[in-house]
Design a binder for this molecule. Structure first.
Ligand SMILES: [Zn+2]
Length: 425
């Protein structure tokens, strides 16, 4: 079995405690032994990496991943890409996630029916590099809802699957379970850039949400809801939906309901896309004035207050900002950690724990992923610097000296750290 020792590292274990100097032994794909206080782990037969004081921490985990979004400036163009090209592009994105230190991701919708499933399976088979992945359906939406870009006068496809009525949702949910998804993604609310289904509109009805939830329950799958309106959050909670995306416009009743289910649900507000649309999308014609006119300033302000309140109430709030659009591209996902610190007043530690330990929990692998802990899976980053002093360093791939997933280096540490020898005691 392959053995690797990271010696002379500062261990940020993301279990909640302060970082400490020490060393870590990886055996196969697991973290076998951790030693602090100048103690040593077993070096027998191990390749020893001299970390030179760098930070060893868990790989980052994206809570709202779109591996098949293509950094386009609109939703329609996603539908124009043929499946073959689209698969290759998603494959490239999967690698980008890993290159940027994301060793796992919970998908928040595929852009074509089987894309997530195929990419996840290829990664798991070791055929292509990429993060651990929970595969999702495309967005299951209603006529006129977010993702329905069809026109009356001509045929046009997009990334969503349009269903109306409980029966159509049930059939779609069952078909996607057949195809092997982990997560059923539904769009109960609209979004500010959808003219006829705004963020505060709840466009799916009770029976439709119930139908998808029933399919998920019966097959041990999960439902994730695009829920911006307060009512969409309440409706999802009534039906046991576990992953509440956005939750930006929740009212007090919705916050109370979330608090009552805080050990069961995850909230990922996706601040990245809203922030970037407001501040950085003018090259694509969305000036701050336009974005504010769409209601995004108002929504971001309300979301910030709501997330601060939910954090106080003990909700699990995770970074993940809908990266995959032109002004919020894939690969910049770690920026959401900085948004949590700057916009939501998270401590750097809390923001990083949300992107690692809580990430392990949303991956349904909380007992083996997201921490530097004995027995846990060896998904690790060796970081040049102290992310607690400046979380933004996690956005720079050149600061990631080494990236390990499942005990294998995706990115080897630089030459001077590699003794290249196998130690014998
Ligand atoms: Zn999304």
């Amino acid at each position: 079995m392959t053995k690797t020792v990271f010696s002379n590292v500062r261990i940020l274990d993301c279990g909640g405690g302060d970082p400490f100097a020490g060393e870590v032994l990886i055996e196969g794909n697991r973290i076998r032994q951790i030693a602090g206080d100048a103690a040593q782990v077993s070096r027998d037969g191990a390749r020893v990496i001299d970390g030179a004081g760098a930070t060893l921490m868990p790989g980052l985990i994206e809570a709202h991943m779109h591996v098949s979004f293509l950094d386009s400036a609109d939703l329609e163009s996603l539908g124009a890409v043929p499946a073959e090209e689209h698969t290759l592009m998603a494959m490239k994105n999967a690698r980008t996630f890993l290159d940027q230190g994301f060793t796992a991701g919970c998908s928040a919708a595929a852009a074509k029916p089987r894309l997530d499933v195929v990419i996840r399976n290829s990664i798991n088979a070791g055929d292509i590099p990429g993060p651990r992945m929970l595969a999702a359906t495309p967005e299951l939406t209603v006529s006129g809802g977010l993702g329905d870009v069809r026109l009356m006068h001509m045929d046009r496809q997009t990334f969503a699957v349009v269903c109306d009525g409980a029966d159509e949702f049930r059939r779609a949910a069952r078909e996607f379970c057949r195809e092997g998804v982990d997560t059923l993604k539904i769009n109960p609310s609209g979004d500010e850039f959808v003219p006829m289904a705004r963020a505060h509109h709840t466009v799916m009805n009770e029976d439709e949400v119930a139908a998808v939830a029933e399919v998920a329950r019966s097959r041990e799958k999960r439902v994730a809801g695009h829920c911006r309106s307060a009512e969409s959050v309440k409706m999802c909670l009534r039906h046991g939906v576990e992953i509440i995306y956005h939750a930006t416009l929740v009212d007090e009743e919705a916050r109370d309901l979330l608090e009552a289910q805080k050990d069961r649900v995850f909230v990922a507000p996706t601040l990245g896309i809203t922030y970037a649309t407001l501040n950085e999308a003018s090259p694509w014609g969305i000036t701050e004035e336009v974005a504010t006119g769409l209601g995004m300033r108002r929504e971001l302000d309300i979301a910030i207050e709501n997330m601060k309140d939910l954090k106080k109430r003990g909700l699990r709030i995770l970074p993940g900002g809908d990266y995959g659009f032109a002004w919020n591209p894939i690969g910049t996902n770690a920026r959401d950690i900085e948004h949590f610190v700057k916009l939501l007043d998270f401590t750097p530690m809390d923001a990083i724990v949300a992107a690692t330990r809580l990430g392990g929990e949303i991956m349904m692998m909380g007992d083996e992923l997201g921490q530097v802990k004995e027995g846990f899976l060896a998904d690790l980053l060796l970081v040049d610097g102290n992310p607690l002093a400046d979380v933004s360093i996690l956005q720079h791939a050149d600061k990631l000296l080494a990236i390990m997933k499942d005990g294998n280096f995706h990115k080897e540490p630089p030459g001077e750290m590699r003794a290249g020898r196998v130690a014998a005691e």
